[in-house]
Design a binder for this molecule. Sequence first.
Ligand code: GLN
Length: 514
Amino acid sequence: MMSTARHELVLILDFGGQYTQLIARRVRELHVFCEIIPFDTPLATLAARSPKAIILSGGPASVYAASAPVCDPAVLDTGIPLLGICYGAQLMANLLGGSVEHAPSGEYGKTTVRLDKSSSLFRGLPAETSCWMSHNDRIGAIPTGFRTIASTPACPVAAMENPERRQFGIQFHPEVVHTPVGPDILRHFLFEAAGCTGDWTMSSFVDDAIQDIRLRVKDERALCALSGGVDSSVAATLVHRAIGDHLTCVFVDTGLLRTGEGDRVESLFHHRFDMPLVRIDASARFFASLRSVTEPEKKRKAIGAAFIDCFAEQARAMQGIPFLVQGTLYPDVIESGNSVASTIKSHHNVGGLPADLSFSLIEPLRLLFKDEVRDLGRALGLPEELVDRQPFPGPGLGVRILGEVTPENVNILQRADAVVERVMRSSGWYTKVWQSFAVLPNIHTVGVKGDERTYVHTIALRIVESSDGMTADWVRLPAEVLEEISHAITSELPEVNRVVYDITSKPPSTIEWE
Ligand code: GLN
């Protein structure tokens, strides 16, 4: 749906590198729009998009392996400026007549590199700096027309260039933070070699997106399942800007949300932004479907099914609405394996809608990374406490209560959760971690409060850092902050006399307890 022809475009051919998404984020941080596409995208498809530059990503394979991923060799002959990174650089060397060999010793992690400052890539940079390496292979002979512009003791060709053809290969990773001059190198490539001007800004995105949504929806109506989280909130606000009251938001209060969530959503979106909002209090229904369910997967399924039922009933009641707004993000689009064609990936909340409800999807965030969605939220005037929110699971507090989920248990956990958020925010830690929350393990232990014996709940704290939720580590939070949380929970909640801290990473644990 989103046309990008109005922006300068850089294409990143993905050879399966660990850091490919990071390359895209770094390029966009320089205000140049880019997309990640499969390495075997045909030249014609690629050229039709008129990219200002092409970046070849890293990848796990060795270029000399039989099954190595190879792009159309003609990609190297189009005259479009090229930057190969790691595997991408090795592939350039290989396809252009140089050679790649298994290195006598690999290089992993921080490495000192010497840069030739006469290269436009390294202009103004120190002659010696540190960079991030992660390779077993290395370029042996460089192709004709190239010269070596960087080296490390174990890697004589740490970078090479052919300035006339505007082709560059770098063995190290400019996209990771451990290469401090990385952003400068990318900037030099994009702005000097490739002639980009940096026309990708949030305000231009907003204008284009609004125009696209209007063209698509015309006089029809759209529906949005608003959860109160960052993605659906930003998507709904953007679509509302475009089509006003033709958008109706549906907020399902499952009873498993944070304290005050329904009121917060209503006061912001309905009262302040004047958006049509249907608020469904479905807590009784959710609690009924969770009665005596204790097995985690069964709980998740019960909650998912109840959500679909509620949303579907509402959608039927409002019949004849052809569009459904979803807050799908770019990483989901890439992971579904196809970033060029308009793949439809349904949101976990409303995927699985019954067949009689078929919507065309509006996914206005499908080209954005999470940090860009937050910027967009700010640009649209959403409050900071919403825009900086941590991820919250679809099944809500239901998967943070072990054993049966009852209104009483949810109420205890909601109050503990509110304390955790309050202290994390006041201590400045809330935005430094990936997630911080309370869990109710449904364990009673003996305690003493005011000289009296108690036999009440334990609260577990789960506070983790992560870059994508796939792996995570527990946060070494200062003892004083942990103490403040523990003290506040045990003083404010009569139902709790003990607080414990979860010190496991993912793997072997998961972030949520269920
Ligand atoms: N597999 C190649 C090597 O080991 C490239 C690695 C990479 O792109 N990070 O050298």
